[in-house]
Design a protein around this ligand. Structure first.
Ligand code: NDP
Length: 240
């Protein structure tokens, strides 16, 4: 039987590329999204991948959403925690709400999804978690204490989860992308973006498909000995 994967934030950007890459591997994919209904509808029309709307920051919604996916597609073997947001501002200007929202979505979402799926993976003796961290969780970034803290937390979360899952056939890894050509990066002002690209040794933004192919390897049967690792995919921008 085909493996079943949930990709959070799986209907656009990096998540869309991951959903498609996993589908190409013969995996049955459920693509979660938060609020962009029309984009999700078009994604499902284009790819045939079912989309499921819930907020990963909402613990109960993750439990209910994963139960629905399992009922419709089968037990969940693979979770890709990709959903993420930015609410940038220097510490002096950042509200508590902007801090909290980013922590709850970008870090809390991974906890909520693991709570919803880990027990079933343990029972069946197979599981794969991949968390999408960030170069800014490794290096820090001006104007992003919330985002950098959440993404840095992702890397610690992954290493601890890897230790808990190892003897049950469950792996947990993180990917720390550099700057990837998606809506999130398109929101960066052109002048600031040009400065960022100038600091990337390979001289370009990354493509979502380059992240997706790595996720595909980590969740495959061949990835069974890779756990607790953070894969940096950043064009040489930060060597960690
Ligand atoms: P996008 O902004 O293009 O897409 C974000 C996705 O996350 C959307 O599908 C969105 O859903 C979903 N999402 C946001 N909030 C929630 C929520 N509360 N519950 C469920 N889904 C949610 O982002 P990218 O594709 O650029 O980024 C994907 C991941 O990669 C993020 O974690 C990001 O931090 C990380 N990353 C991105 C980099 C980049 O350069 N682009 C660099 C390093 C890391 P909806 O469509 O409904 O809004």
């Amino acid at each position: 039987m085909a493996r079943v994967a949930v990709v959070t934030g799986g209907t656009r950007g990096i998540g869309e590329a991951i959903s498609i890459a996993l589908q190409d591997m013969g995996i049955t994919v459920a693509a979660n999204f938060a609020g962009s209904d029309e984009k999700a509808r078009l994604f499902t029309e284009r790819t045939g991948i079912k989309s499921y709307k819930w907020n990963v920051a909402d613990h109960q919604a993750c439990l209910d959403g994963c139960a629905l996916v399992a009922a419709e597609l089968g037990p969940i073997d693979i979770v890709v925690n990709n959903a993420g947001i930015t609410r940038d501002g220097t510490l002096m200007k950042m509200s508590w709400e902007a801090w909290n929202e980013v922590i709850q979505v970008n870090l809390g979402g991974s906890f909520n999804m693991a709570k919803a799926t880990f027990a079933g993976m343990k029972e069946r003796g197979f599981g794969r978690f991949v968390q999408i961290g960030s170069i800014n969780g490794q290096a820090g970034q001006y104007g992003q204490v919330n985002y950098s803290a959440a993404k840095s937390g992702i890397h610690g979360f992954t290493k601890a989860l890897a230790q808990e899952g190892a003897r049950f056939g469950i792996t947990a890894n993180a990917i720390a992308p550099g700057y990837i050509d998606t809506d999130m990066v398109a929101a960066v002002p052109a002048e600031a973006l040009a400065k960022i690209v100038a600091k990337i040794p390979v001289g370009r933004l990354g493509q979502a498909s380059e992240i997706a192919r790595t996720v595909g390897f980590l969740v495959s049967e061949d990835g069974g000995f890779i756990t607790g690792s953070t894969m940096s995919i950043n064009g040489g921008q930060h060597m960690y």
